[in-house]
Every structure is written in structure tokens, then in C-alpha cells.
Design a protein around this ligand. Structure first.
Ligand SMILES: [Zn+2]
Length: 246
């Protein structure tokens, strides 16, 4: 019953957002940043302006463990990771995983593909990783990936029937490319690009037994934060990930 009520509330939020009205009962979203520079005012403005979502941005340092010290009263329906090169202690990792098992949604954005580089389980949850130094895995050599700022990328919608891409058509965005990350099997591809300096995959969902996980590579700076297609994808992605919360 609680799940049905929450889904109804979600539908109200979604419809309210679709017509540009701030929903009274918003989904609560925790946005975690840290150890990577970004345009804070523009980033915060984007999350403040996502209709129907009550987003709290927490700028953390190297260790965001304080957010997962006590999860009994965890107040958020979804988490967005915009962190980089952070670490979590074993107890904090366990609590983070418990939140996902409770259905708290997970969106991973841009440089957070390298959010916890030493945590293989997190990589498996996201469905990819951006290795920060060259390495060999299972006999296969992976060079250090590359990136390039200020590129115009043509983005193709690979699955236009998914709730995350609803209303989004192919678009161009001024953003940063990443190339050479390790991409796992099992991802459901939502967006791609043919840009020569980028990996083909741009956004996907990755299956999780208890919650929903969405990754999007876009989102380097103000020029991408202000892109209406990116905002729509982020908003619809967060809402989709929060559906499993009960
Ligand atoms: Zn970037």
C-alpha cells in the first residue's frame, strides 16, 4: 500500500513538474559533490530549478562518510553522485549499499564515474569506471582514459521509449568528452554519440535487484547544466531511480 501511495505521489510530482508547477510533496534528493572543481552557482541553480524535486547539494571532501554514519532516518528518496576520487570506510560502504537495498535511487553524473576508484563493488553498481591510471585487468591492458573540454557533441537517443528519455530527441551539447573508460556488460543504453574523442556510450541504466541506477556522462559546466535536454534527462532520471523506494 505504501508503495502505491508513493507511486501516486510520484505521479503527482511528475505531472506537476511537466506543467511547470512546484509539487507540494517533492521527492527528496541528496546531491553529493567533492574533490573536483565545478561551477557551483550554476550547478546548484540547475538542481534548484528541477521541478518537483527537493534537492540538497552537499559539498563533501575526500570522505563523504558522515552522510552514511547513521542511515536510520535517511531523509532522501534518491542520491545523485557528482563526486570524484572519494573514499568510504567499510561501515560507510555497507550503509550506502543498505540504502540502495531499501530502494533509494542512484544517479551517477559525469566525473562521478571515478567517484570511488578503489571500490570495485561501486563500479559494478554503476556499470563502468574511468580508471585514473593505466592498468591491466584479467590480462587486458587499459591505458589511462582521455578527456577534452569544450566539445560540441551530437547526442543520439538510443531508447526513446524509456521514462528517462521521454520527450527528449537527438540533441547537441557543449560539454566535455571522455574516452577509454571500462564499460561493463548488462547496461541498457539510453544515449550515445559518434564524437571521435568520446566513448560511444553516453547514458545508460544498470540493473540492481532492489533499486534503479542511472548513469549519464554529460554535465561538465554551466554550458551543459543550462542545456534543456540535459536538465530534462537529469530530472526524469532522478525520478525514475526513486520509483523503487518503499
Ligand atoms: Zn568535467
Amino acid at each position: 500500500m505504501m508503495k502505491r501511495i508513493r507511486l501516486c505521489l510520484w505521479a503527482v510530482c511528475f505531472l506537476a513538474g511537466a506543467i511547470g508547477v512546484q509539487a507540494a510533496d517533492s521527492l527528496k534528493v541528496l546531491v553529493i559533490t567533492g574533490t573536483h572543481k565545478y561551477d557551483n552557482p550554476a550547478f546548484n541553480a540547475m538542481f534548484e530549478q528541477l521541478d518537483g524535486l527537493d534537492c540538497t547539494v552537499k559539498e563533501m571532501g575526500k570522505d563523504p562518510g558522515a552522510l552514511f554514519e547513521n542511515i536510520e532516518d535517511f531523509a532522501y528518496d534518491a542520491i545523485v553522485m557528482y563526486n570524484f576520487r572519494q573514499t568510504l570506510s567499510e561501515p560507510h560502504r555497507k550503509n550506502f549499499l543498505k540504502l540502495l537495498d531499501k530502494g533509494v535511487g542512484l544517479t551517477v553524473m559525469h566525473h562521478a564515474i571515478a567517484g570511488f576508484p578503489d571500490w570495485i563493488e561501486y563500479e559494478n553498481i554503476v556499470g563502468a569506471t574511468y580508471v585514473l591510471k593505466e592498468q591491466t585487468r584479467d590480462g587486458k591492458h587499459y591505458p589511462r582514459p582521455t578527456w577534452k573540454h569544450d566539445m560540441d557533441m551530437n547526442i543520439k537517443v538510443e531508447d526513446s521509449n524509456h521514462p528517462i528519455t521521454r520527450g527528449v530527441t537527438d540533441f547537441t551539447i557543449h560539454d566535455e568528452t571522455y574516452k577509454g573508460w571500462i564499460y561493463h556488460d548488462g547496461n541498457h543504453l539510453l544515449l550515445s554519440t559518434g564524437h571521435e574523442l568520446s566513448n560511444h556510450q553516453i547514458a545508460w541504466t544498470h540493473p540492481h535487484p532492489k533499486t534503479s541506477v542511472f548513469f549519464i556522462q554529460l554535465g561538465h559546466d554551466k554550458q551543459s547544466y543550462d542545456n534543456p535536454s540535459l536538465r530534462r534527462l537529469i530530472r526524469q532520471g532522478i525520478i525514475w531511480t526513486a520509483q523503487q523506494k518503499n
